[in-house]
Write a protein that binds this ligand. Structure first.
Ligand SMILES: N[C@@H](CCC(=O)N[C@@H](CS)C(=O)NCC(=O)O)C(=O)O
Length: 207
C-alpha cells in the first residue's frame, strides 16, 4: 500500500495516473498548497523541497519526492510503463529529464504570469509563451516520427509530458498549431487509467 501526497496539479496527477495503470493500491493524502501545508515541518520531513508529490511506501516507510523519480521508481519495479531493455530505459529517462527540466518549469512560469502574478508583466508573458511554444514544437517533431514520446510504447514519459501539455487552453496556446501533439493528447487522455487517475487526484477527500 502507498500513500500519495498529491494536489490536483500536473505533477500530482502524474502519480495517480501511474498507480492506476499499474493497479497498485494507494490512498491519496491531499495537500492544500493554497493553505501552505507543503511548508509545515511534518511535510518538510517527507520532502525538504516543500512540494508535492511525495510517495510513501506504507510497507517499509520509505519516501520519494520529485514526480519523475517516483514515476521511474514505480515503472522499474512493476511491468507496464517502461521498456525492459537498458537502451529503452535511457530513452525514457531522456524525456523524463526534458519534462522536469524544461516543460514543467517553462509552462509553470507561463501559467503563473497569466493567472497568479499580482502585476501584469508583458515581457515575462512573451518570454514564457515563446519558450512554451518552442517546447510544444519539440514534442510535435518527436510525435511526428514515433507514436509515443519514448518510442513505440506508452511509458511514464507520456504520463509526465501529458499532464503538462494538456493544459494548453489555460496557457493561451492554440493546440491546432501542433496536430501530432493534439492527436496524442486525445489518445493518451482516453486511456481508462488516465481517466481514473484524474478522478482520484481531483477528489482526494472522497478516497
Ligand atoms: N520538480 C518537481 C516539481 C514539483 C512542484 O513544483 N510541485 C508543485 C505543484 S505541481 C508544488 O508543490 N507547488 C507548491 C509550492 O511550490 O509551494 C516535481 O516534478 O515533483
Amino acid at each position: 500500500m502507498y500513500t500519495a501526497y498529491l494536489a490536483d496539479t500536473p505533477n500530482g496527477r502524474k502519480i495517480a495516473i501511474a498507480l492506476e495503470k499499474l493497479e497498485l493500491p494507494y490512498r491519496v493524502q491531499s495537500v492544500d498548497l493554497g493553505a501552505g501545508e507543503q511548508h509545515t515541518p511534518a511535510f518538510l520531513r517527507l520532502n525538504p523541497n516543500g512540494k508535492i508529490p511525495v510517495l510513501v511506501n506504507d510497507h517499509d516507510g520509505s519516501t520519494l519526492f520529485e514526480s519523475n523519480a517516483i514515476l521511474f521508481h514505480l515503472a522499474t519495479r512493476h511491468d507496464g510503463l517502461i521498456p525492459a531493455d537498458t537502451a529503452g530505459r535511457d530513452t525514457v529517462l531522456q524525456w523524463l529529464f526534458l519534462q522536469a527540466a524544461s516543460i514543467g518549469p517553462m509552462l509553470g512560469q507561463l501559467w503563473w504570469f497569466r493567472h497568479a502574478s499580482p502585476t501584469p508583466n508583458e515581457q515575462a508573458l512573451a518570454r514564457y509563451t515563446k519558450e512554451a511554444r518552442r517546447l510544444y514544437d519539440v514534442i510535435e517533431r518527436r510525435l511526428a516520427v514515433t507514436p509515443f514520446v519514448a518510442g513505440d510504447a506508452y511509458t511514464v514519459a507520456d504520463i509526465a509530458c501529458w499532464t503538462w501539455l494538456v493544459t494548453h487552453d489555460e496557457l493561451g496556446l492554440d493546440i491546432g498549431a501542433w496536430p501530432a501533439v493534439a492527436a496524442w493528447l486525445d489518445k493518451v487522455g482516453a486511456r481508462p487509467a488516465v481517466r481514473r487517475g484524474l478522478v482520484r487526484t481531483a477528489e482526494p477527500a472522497h478516497v
